[in-house]
Ligand binder design. Structure first.
Ligand SMILES: Nc1nc2c(c(=O)[nH]1)N=C([C@H](O)[C@@H](O)CO)CN2
Length: 117
């Protein structure tokens, strides 16, 4: 299976377990790999047969921007569900990072894989 990807999609949201984190929006970064057979899009040169990464990004900017999760784990599971259900993606790998959340580290977060490749 081929991969359509989005790297370092930065979104402002409420995320975190501490009191101060419920008051201010922070940046999260999403790296997303989505399984998709690109052959029909390549053969036709027609966006209707492509997994439209702009449409996926637009949906996630809205979904994550409106959310108020406590844990990156919950955010990752919900993002994976939205992408798989709404864009008919059979498999994905998703990294959710919080840049600057841990002193001494560039970023922290989690990586998940869901579905069948
Ligand atoms: N596994 C996780 N560990 C931690 C999380 C998290 O979401 N998952 N969150 C925090 C705090 O919100 C932290 O990011 C604040 O700097 C701590 N550990």
């Amino acid at each position: 299976m081929d991969i359509v990807f989005i790297n370092d999609l930065r979104i402002e949201t409420i995320i975190g377990i501490y009191d101060w984190e419920r008051e201010v929006r922070q940046t999260v970064s999403l790296d997303l790999e989505m399984a998709h057979d690109i052959s029909q899009a390549a053969a036709t040169d027609d966006i209707q047969y492509a997994l439209n990464y702009k449409a996926v990004a637009k949906r996630l900017i809205s979904f994550v921007g409106d959310a108020q999760f406590l844990l990156v784990e919950r955010m990752a599971e919900e993002v994976a569900r939205v992408v798989m259900e709404e864009f008919n993606v059979p498999w994905l790998r998703l990294t959710v990072s919080k840049p600057g959340a841990l002193r001494g580290s560039r970023d922290v977060g989690i990586r998940i894989e869901r579905g069948v490749r």
